[in-house]
Structures are given as structure tokens and as C-alpha cells.
Design a protein around this ligand. Structure first.
Ligand code: NAP
Length: 399
């Protein structure tokens, strides 16, 4: 029986993780949960259902709301052990306490954005196995996080479907056997749109992903192809290859989740239906394979044709921006990530247009004085600086 702690339990990755726990009660129990404060009723239901020892919320007000919600449900209506309520902690240290809970075997890092860096670092210091969905941790801080994982003997199993596919393709082989990583992506909702159409795209157009149902930030990143660029940086750190050896390929059907071309010319990939339950199931069960009750099976005959295209850097300028940042061992990827997070939030709040994202990020990058071979503290400072610069730019644009 593995004990699981989930960071971001009310989000898309968190909810699907808990589906798997429910479908495999004999294999998993939930020991700790962390969430934001946008879905308190759902968090309350999760506490009642999974009976964790520890729950983290962002602030005191959210902790009070959760306590009140739990108190409304009479103990008699709570199943089994959930009659005794969990310890509730809040703010940053709460998230880190969940990530390093002494009883947890696997930590699912499913929060979104740079917020994932500190708790993932805490899980690493505690030597945990981390099922990592939060790609921004490696994008912004890969150069500090990967050596830490080696130092503390922590294991990182990727949850991103592409990186899960690469992890599976690499089983038994060394990264020195790799000629090229073939990182696939659907191309997002604007794959067939002209530059002029993309220039007029609205946030609602960008939120209509053709194949995947995900949280709002990654859905916008998929529409700009920034998501693919962030994944190049993530793959670089996870698999220890140069960004030059990671090729992005557009594959609209999202069936081949990624592949590795080896030195002898063999290409080994992983296929499956486009459903995040599959890579989460793999990461939770790793290093074993268990039958899946929650993922529909792939019928290749029904799929018919698989097609592949080159990405278009002209229509999707965020991709080359991130690919060029992926080459560096400095604070540029961290600043790119922070500027992108601020820009995506501004798009979601309808403060800037979708088509302005790349230009906005470039302007923040132009202001940045890079720090090479940064420590985790340098990265935290670069992130703070970049958010301030990005928000000042946003303020100037609004005038
Ligand atoms: N969704 C996918 O299919 C998918 C696929 C591949 C990779 N990923 C990666 O996985 C990560 C999560 O994505 P997502 O789509 O699941 O995001 P999401 O649906 O927006 O969920 C984010 C989660 O983080 C929680 N959160 C927000 N602020 C918090 C705080 N201060 N403390 C603790 N928790 C907080 C949210 O709580 P609230 O409910 O209160 O907002 C929610 O539970 C991202 O890095 C993304 O790139 C996602």
C-alpha cells in the first residue's frame, strides 16, 4: 500500500489522481492534500472521502472556511476514520509540510506555475518519489532541482504525457544512447489558423483545446505552443540531453505521446488515448505496471491515420522563444516562465490580447540581467524580479 500526498488536489491533475486512488483502493491511500481556495466545497468532499492526516490551504481564512464546512457535516455522516478531522495548515509552509509528510511515499506535484518550486524542493530534501506534473518547477529551476534530487536520492517520475512517454521509451537504455527526442504536441486550437486569424483570437477561442481537458493556464500555453517550449526545457533536465537534440513535432491526433530516436536509428515511442489518467496511473504505480480500470483502451484501427507536421515558428513565436531559453544554464528560463505566467493571467483576465503574449515575454526578457549557474535562492530572486517587471509593464500598457 503506497501513501500518496497530492499538491493541487482540486485541479485537473489532482482530481484525476484521486480517481486512480479510488479505482485502486487496495494499492493506495491518501495521507495529505493541498489545494487553493477556489473549490472549498470540493476540497471538503475530498477530505471526507479520503480521510487525509494533513490538509494545506493558502491562508487562515481558507482554513476557517474548510473547518466550518467540515463541521457542518455531522460525524455520523462521515465514513469510518474520517470522523476525526485532519490537521489543517496554511500558507507556504503548509504546502511544504504536505510535500514532505513523513508518512508519504509518493508526492503528486499538481499545482500550477512557479508555486510548485518550493514544495517540490521540500519533497526532494525529504528523499520522496515525486510524480511531477508541475513542469514549471523544472523549467524555472531545473539547474538547481536536478542536482538536489541526486544529492538527496529523490526520484522524479514525470506525469506530463510526453515525458511519461519518453520515460517509458528509455526504460533499459542510457541517455547517451539517444540521438534525438521526438516531443509531440497536438498543435492546439490554432494549428490550422492563419497569422491574421490568430491575431484576432479571443481567450475563449484559446480555451477550446481539441484533444485534452486541462486547467486554464496549460490550455492557454497549449494554444501559444509555449507549452511545447516549456516541455523542451523540462525534457532537457529530466533526461539530461541538450535542447538541440529535442525536436518538436506536431501530431494532431495526440496518440503517439512522444518517442526517442536511438543512435542505431530505431525510434521507440509510447502510444495511448489522450487521457491524463494514463500517465498518472503509470507514475503512481511505477516501477510496476498494473491493469488500468479508468483509462479507455486504444483501438489503432479506429484511429486510422497518424499524421506529423513541422511546427510553424512564425505563427507560434512563443515556441522559438522557449527553445532558445532551453539552451541556457542561467536565469533566462525562470524569467521566461514568470513573464509567461503573468501574461497568461492577464489574457485570462482579458487585460491583454492572446496574440500579445510573445511580445510581452520578449520585453521582460530584454530587461533581464542574467545570472549564470544560479542557486535556488538566485532563481527565487529572478522569479520575484521578473514578476515585478512583468506587472510594471502590464501597468504601463494599460495607460
Ligand atoms: N491538466 C492537465 O491535463 C495537465 C497535463 C500535463 C501537465 N500538467 C501540469 O500540471 C500542473 C497542474 O495543471 P492543472 O491543469 O491540473 O491545473 P489546475 O486545474 O489549474 O489546478 C491547479 C491546482 O493548484 C491549486 N492551487 C492554486 N493555488 C494554490 C495554493 N496557493 N496552494 C495550494 N494549491 C493551490 C488549485 O486549487 P484551486 O482549485 O483552489 O484553484 C488546483 O488544485 C501544471 O503545471 C500543468 O502544466 C497538467
Amino acid at each position: 500500500m503506497k501513501s500518496i500526498a497530492v499538491l493541487g488536489s482540486t485541479g485537473s491533475i489532482g482530481r484525476q489522481t484521486l480517481d486512480i486512488v479510488l479505482a485502486h483502493r487496495e494499492d493506495f491511500q491518501v495521507i495529505a492534500l493541498a489545494a487553493g481556495k477556489n473549490n472549498m466545497a470540493l476540497l471538503c468532499q475530498q477530505v471526507i472521502r479520503f480521510n487525509p492526516e494533513l490538509v494545506s490551504v493558502p491562508d487562515e481564512d481558507a482554513a476557517k472556511q474548510l473547518r466550518d464546512l467540515l463541521a457542518e457535516i455531522s460525524p455520523a455522516a462521515r465514513p469510518g476514520k474520517s470522523r476525526s478531522l485532519p490537521e489543517i495548515v496554511f500558507e507556504g509552509p503548509g504546502l511544504e509540510a504536505v510535500a514532505s509528510h513523513p508518512g508519504a511515499d509518493t508526492i503528486v506535484s499538481g499545482v500550477v506555475g512557479f508555486l510548485g518550486v518550493r514544495p517540490t524542493a521540500a519533497a526532494i530534501r525529504a528523499g520522496k518519489t515525486i510524480a511531477l506534473a508541475n513542469k514549471e518547477t523544472l523549467v524555472a529551476a531545473g539547474c538547481a532541482i536536478m542536482p538536489m534530487a541526486r544529492q538527496y536520492g529523490a526520484t522524479i517520475i514525470p506525469v506530463d504525457s510526453e515525458h511519461s512517454a519518453i520515460h517509458q521509451s528509455l526504460c533499459g537504455w542510457r541517455n547517451t544512447d539517444i540521438k534525438e527526442i521526438l516531443l509531440t504536441g497536438s498543435g492546439g486550437p490554432f494549428r490550422t489558423w492563419s497569422k491574421e486569424q490568430i491575431a484576432a483570437a479571443t481567450v475563449d477561442d484559446a480555451l477550446k483545446h481539441p484533444n485534452w481537458s486541462m486547467g486554464p493556464k496549460i490550455t492557454i500555453d497549449s494554444a501559444t505552443l509555449m507549452n511545447k517550449g516549456l516541455e523542451v526545457i523540462e525534457a532537457r533536465w529530466l533526461f539530461g540531453v541538450s535542447a538541440k537534440n529535442i525536436r518538436v513535432i506536431i501530431h494532431p491526433q495526440s496518440i503517439l505521446h512522444s518517442a526517442v530516436e536511438f543512435a542505431d536509428g530505431s525510434v521507440v515511442g509510447q502510444m495511448g488515448v489522450p487521457d491524463m489518467h494514463l500517465p498518472i496511473h503509470y507514475a503512481l504505480h511505477w516501477p510496476e505496471r498494473h491493469a488500468s480500470r479508468e483509462v479507455p483502451l486504444l483501438d489503432l484501427v479506429k484511429v486510422g491515420a497518424l499524421t506529423f507536421e513541422e511546427p510553424d515558428p512564425e505563427r507560434f513565436p512563443c515556441l522559438p522563444l522557449a527553445q532558445s531559453a532551453a539552451e541556457s544554464d542561467d536565469t533566462v528560463p525562470c524569467v521566461l516562465n514568470a513573464a509567461n505566467e503573468v501574461a497568461v493571467n492577464a489574457v485570462l483576465r482579458r487585460q491583454i490580447r492572446f496574440a500579445e503574449i510573445a511580445d510581452y515575454i520578449q520585453r521582460v526578457l530584454d530587461l533581464h540581467q542574467t545570472v549564470s549557474k544560479p542557486s535556488l535562492d538566485d532563481i527565487l530572486e529572478a522569479d520575484r524580479w521578473a514578476r515585478q517587471a512583468a506587472n510594471e509593464l502590464l501597468g504601463a500598457l494599460a495607460k
